[in-house]
Design a protein around this ligand. Structure first.
Ligand code: ADP
Length: 637
């Protein structure tokens, strides 16, 4: 489990409002599993009671068959039904013991089914629900730190719940049944000796309580260290290229060694406490055993000791000794049950914290977007990821079928402007309208259906090339997929892959180059055939030759389609009907290529540098860029 500062943890505030999370868990998810729970509880009860029959029968056999000191009689069974011969009684005893083991097996099976099935059902539902809630969260929840937090909720916390719902409830039911049933049996057989035999019980309870209090902070420390160890490992795996190229393997060895050592120490501290706990527990129960043996044994051969009165049979004595032993281990688990409960409580609070998170994009509208011409209008749009505005007063219109190119230095806000169109984020003020419809007033589904997005870093899902192209247009037939791939100049390289369109790509599949991935993503957009197209550095990752090929296919694609394009290589957008030049989140110039060249502003200079006409940007631009850089870096601290 990862360690989280309040800063890293976007659900902190929400979580604080979740109370009684375990109760809520059962209310919202448990009720669908009433049958499983009923079976679990009843079967636990019966199975545990059946477990107690063999020792009781042993006691009876000693007194009534072997020593013949008492009449052979069974509670709840009329004496007339019982066999009168020694052989008959012995056979019945063996039969009952065998029967209780057999029947016991059946009920233990049922008990396990009940607890396991309900635990699996509930954790499955929770996993699916919290995943689907996670998908609805706004993009601000998906920065690196926070995806760690989300991942930890979806896996660790759900597993923690599973452990409690399964093992925790199972042990708890055993503990309750055993303590009540055994205490009842002992008190019925001989209340005085029962008091002696049960002396260790409160001792064990108190001792276990102390154990939990001592070990809890140690577990917490352990989780924190395992969290930082995992972060370090994850980080180093991701950065392995940098590590190798900067020759810092030794340094990283040491850092991992340190992190692992911290975990070792914390873990050992907890282990050491546990190592001491269990033998001590055994010692306490040993004291109980010795005490019972001492008092009971003396009672048998010398009569009631001290203040005690009455008689004690050998059979009852044996029952006492065996049953008190049976009580010790369920008692010893008491601490673990509490521990599991507390962890599950914390975990379900985290899960419900996520589920209650209102940070999903503002209410999704019911009306669908209807794109008729495809006119897109930015009307005084201002937006910032946090308090500071990143783009300000963005005001421009793209006429139907035209291409608007966004140009400007890195960090100027080009991607941000386009993310607002897709409603990855909502504008802080102003509005973005498509054919007069504010993007906030139409359903996200219809909005994203109408916009094709090709971004600079294309993510491929683990699956075949075909699936990746058809992703989002699942109904497309094979022919259409191939057509789209051809149009994106991707068909040739795909045909050369080991299994053509059925080659597995993505995380665990064949690695495609950046340019190949981009062409797959362009094919995806071509197949989707959206009314509006967003190309975010769509051809940044390919060599000049491929770029020309792609450019040709893009020209087809963007023809008569409202298009937004971000490109660093200005040659790719010089034919755009409108070029919007951004600097520092503001529009500084607008117009067509030729006009902008005449203006002699930022665009003309950028063009000059790229075309090799001038060597570098004039001093004033460089100064501004340096200032901007300094500001960004200061902001990062
Ligand atoms: P461009 O596409 O022009 O390079 P971006 O729109 O990507 O610019 O970024 C504009 C500014 O917004 C940058 O300063 C960047 O650091 C900041 N920014 C981008 N994405 C985020 C985000 N998810 N959270 C916070 N700041 C961001």
């Amino acid at each position: 489990m990862a360690v989280h500062d309040a800063d890293d943890d976007p659900f902190e505030a929400q979580r604080a409002t979740v109370d009684d999370s375990i109760r809520r868990l059962f209310r919202e998810y448990g009720l669908d599993n009433t049958v499983e729970y009923a079976v679990g509880i009843l079967a636990s009860l019966v199975a545990r009671l059946l477990d107690l029959i063999p020792p009781l029968m042993l006691g009876l056999a000693i007194d009534s068959i072997f020593l013949q000191e008492q009449a052979f009689s069974l509670r709840f069974v009329p004496d007339a039904w019982l066999p009168s011969t020694q052989e008959g009684q012995f056979a019945l005893t063996v039969g009952i013991i065998a029967g209780s083991f057999l029947l016991g097996a059946v009920f233990h099976w049922l008990r396990n089914w009940g607890w396991n099935a309900s635990a699996q059902n509930i954790t499955h539902e929770i996993r699916v629900d919290s995943y689907s809630q996670m998908q609805r969260l706004g993009m601000e929840f998906f920065s690196d730190k926070q995806t760690g937090e989300l991942m930890s909720i979806l896996s660790n916390d759900v597993n923690q719940l599973e452990r409690f719902l399964n093992d925790g409830l199972n042990s708890a039911s055993r503990l309750i049944v055993m303590v009540i049933a055994i205490a009842a049996i002992l008190f019925t057989l001989n209340p005085q000796l029962a008091l002696v035999a049960l002396v260790p019980v409160p001792l064990i309870a108190a001792f276990t309580y102390a154990f939990i209090t001592i070990i809890r902070p140690k577990y917490k420390k352990m989780r924190a260290t395992v969290g930082s160890l995992n972060s370090r490992l994850e980080n180093n795996l991701g950065g392995i290229q940098v590590i190798k190229s900067s020759n810092t393997e030794r340094y990283e060895d040491d850092r991992v060694d340190d992190a692992s050592m911290e975990y070792y120490d914390a873990n050992w501290d907890a282990i050491w406490t546990r190592i001491k706990f269990f033998p001590t527990l055994q010692a306490i129960s040993g004291v109980g055993f010795v005490l019972t043996f001492l008092v009971g044994g003396y009672w048998i051969f010398a009569g009631a000791p001290g203040p005690l009165t009455g008689t004690l049979s050998v059979g009852d004595f044996v029952v006492f000794i065996t049953l008190t032993q049976q009580l010790i281990w369920p008692m010893a688990q008491f601490g673990q049950i509490i521990n599991m409960y507390q962890r599950a409580d914390a975990s379900s609070a985290r899960i419900f914290g996520l589920m209650d998170e209102p940070g999903v994009l503002a209410e999704d509208a019911d009306t669908d977007l209807v794109v008729e011409d495809g006119r897109v209008e930015y009307d005084g749009v201002t937006f910032g990821y946090d308090e500071d505005p990143i783009v300000e007063n963005i005001d421009f219109t793209v006429e139907p079928g035209e291409t608007a190119a966004l140009v400007g230095p890195t960090g100027a806000g080009k991607s941000t402007v386009l993310k607002l169109l897709l409603r990855m984020y909502d504008v802080d003020s102003g509005a973005i309208r498509i054919d007069g419809q504010d993007v906030r007033n139409v359903s996200l589904r219809s909005l994203r259906q109408s916009i094709g997005y090709v971004s600079q870093d294309t993510f491929l899902f683990y699956g075949t090339v075909r699936e990746n192209i058809a992703y989002g247009t699942f109904t497309a037939d094979d022919e259409a997929v191939v057509e789209a791939a051809k149009a994106a100049e991707a068909h040739d390289f795909i045909s050369d892959l080991p299994n053509g369109y059925d080659t597995m790509v993505g995380e665990r599949g064949v690695k495609l180059s950046g340019g190949q991935r981009q062409r797959v993503s362009i094919a995806r957009a071509i197949l989707k055939d959206p009314e509006i197209l967003v190309l975010d550095e769509a051809t940044s990752d390919v060599d000049t030759e491929t770029e020309m090929l792609i450019q040709r296919s893009l020209d087809d694609l963007t023809e008569n389609r409202t298009t937004f394009a971000i490109a660093h290589r200005l040659s790719t957008i010089k034919d755009a009907e409108g070029i919007v030049v951004l600097e520092d989140g503001r529009i500084v110039e607008r117009g067509e290529h030729d006009e902008l060249l005449e203006n002699g502003g930022l665009y003309a200079h950028l063009w000059g540098v790229q075309a090799g006409e001038i060597d570098e940007l004039p001093e004033e631009f460089i100064e501004r860029a340096a200032k901007r850089q300094a500001r960004t870096e200061a902001g990062d601290d």
